[in-house]
Design a protein. Structure first.
Length: 66
């Protein structure tokens, strides 16, 4: 199974917005990046655009081969 790759890009934010995102992320035990992705998904959903989640790679050791 190939790992889903994330698209990286630079995002310029007002420092106050970034601080608010970091506070919210800490309160919800997420990284700031994961929080921003969640907020974007919520905004898209509110506009009627549903984005399917990519398959996430399995964590931990790979299964033993017999």
């Amino acid at each position: 199974m190939a790992a889903a790759k994330k698209k990286a890009f630079a995002l310029r934010l007002d420092p106050a917005v970034h601080a608010a995102v970091e506070r919210l992320a800490a309160a919800e035990l997420r990284s700031a990046n994961a929080q921003i992705e969640m907020l974007v998904r919520e905004a898209l959903s509110a506009r009627g655009i549903d984005v399917a989640r990519s398959e996430t790679p399995r964590r931990g050791r790979p299964p033993k081969e017999n």
